[in-house]
Write a protein that binds this ligand. Structure first.
Ligand code: G3I
Length: 351
């Protein structure tokens, strides 16, 4: 009898205490897909989108619209895409992104207003040959921001107002903006973006910001400087381009807190985790850990509102074109089959 009682107590305890697997993730049924996960975590889960693939590939479109609650144009909203010739606007790609979002219950990240890359040739050449002077460049930048932000007013949740404006040494990045306009261009850009759409969340966005102390310090300076001038800045974007050949940035949660403690919201805006090819099961398991850690960092910080991957399929990823011999950075393979990283994300719970 006593043995039976002890057995019953043991069974009762086993039922009451979560198993180690569910204890780490908060228990409960695993969500069926990323959209359900996004609702459970109360974090938007997004992807960068290739507009050509969105139009031409039905399987890519279906998976994206089923899984994601947030969308970023991988290239279609960048300056060279929307104004390839001076005064000649090509909004087709950007419009397609916003239209897709409206039809599928997704929010939009506008990427981006100011960057040192993918600026149209007419602009870089004009500055280089002196036909565009500082006064005119400032006017051009203002027009660009009012035109693009104004076009999508009320339909973009968050704008990357400035992208990658700090270099890896922690200096303000050399660019036509800094060289021609001086550091005040950053505050001007935020002021203009706010005037053009007072409800959009305005972000500063960068890579290596998860761990590079020099970059973190300078970016904090920029945020504090804007706030001291009462310039509206709402968010900090951590791009999250990682590689499994490098240690995982274990300080990332503390770094995120340094920014959210200033009152900013946070987003992981371009997550991907590349590896040296060939793919092995061990590398995929490590990649899954990196993805899980990034989303867990967001889920553990009440001010982190968005986790966006930089492409959701290895079929379309910028990585192989830039890092020779590397790839397989996304959460699904070329055929859109789930990789361990996808399943790892589904296991994340709010702390
Ligand atoms: O538009 C031309 C097309 O006309 C031409 O036929 C084709 C031939 O190569 O090139 C096309 O342009 C390419 C463009 O993507 C659009 O597909 C460029 O060559 C290519 O360099 C460009 O790469 C993009 C890269 O930014 C540019 O720096 C990647 O797709 C995009 O994923 C990447 O995204 C950046 C983020 O915006 C900021 N953070 C880093 C991230 C990764 O580099």
């Amino acid at each position: 009898m006593k043995r039976l009682m002890l057995g019953l107590i043991a069974i009762a305890l086993a039922l009451a205490v979560p198993s180690p697997a569910s204890a780490g993730t908060g228990g409960g049924r695993a969500p069926d897909d990323l959209r359900e996960l996004a609702h459970k975590l109360k974090v938007y889960i997004g992807s960068a989108i290739d507009v050509t693939a969105l139009a031409d590939e039905a399987d890519y479109r279906q998976v994206f619209n089923r899984e994601f609650t947030h969308i970023t144009a991988e290239n279609a909203m960048k300056w060279e895409s929307v104004e390839p010739q001076r005064g000649v606007y090509t909004w087709e790609g950007a419009d397609a992104i916003v239209r897709n979002a409206q039809r599928n219950g997704q929010h939009v990240r506008g990427h981006n207003l100011i960057w040192h890359n993918q600026i149209p040739a007419w602009l870089t050449e004009g500055v280089a040959d002196g036909s565009i002077d500082a006064k005119e460049l400032r006017r051009i930048l203002r027009d660009h921001i009012f035109t693009e932000v104004g076009r999508y007013r009320g339909r973009i949740r968050a704008w990357d107002v400035v992208n990658e404006v700090v270099d890896d040494e922690g200096n303000l990045r050399q660019s036509i903006w800094l060289t021609t306009l001086g550091p005040g261009y950053i505050a001007d850009a935020f002021r203009w973006a706010h005037q053009a759409d007072p409800h959009a969340k305005l972000y500063i966005n960068d890579y290596n910001l998860e761990w590079n102390t020099a970059k973190i310090a300078q970016t904090l300076n920029i945020v504090k400087d804007l706030k001291s001038k009462r310039v509206q800045i709402d968010g900090i974007g951590f791009q999250g381009h990682l590689g499994i050949q490098y240690d995982y940035p274990g300080d990332f949660p503390a770094v995120m807190r340094q920014f959210t403690d200033l009152g900013l919201e946070a987003a992981i805006t371009e997550a991907d985790v590349r590896m040296v090819l060939p793919v092995t099961p061990e590398k995929l398991a490590t990649q899954a850990d990196y993805y899980r850690n990034m989303l867990s960092t967001c889920a553990a910080n009440r001010r982190c509102v968005e986790f966006t991957v930089w492409g959701f399929t290895d079929r379309h990823s910028w990585v192989p074109g830039v890092f020779t011999g590397e790839g397989a950075a996304c959460i699904t393979d070329e055929n859109l089959a789930h990789k361990p990283a996808y399943d790892a994300l589904l296991g994340v719970r709010r702390a």
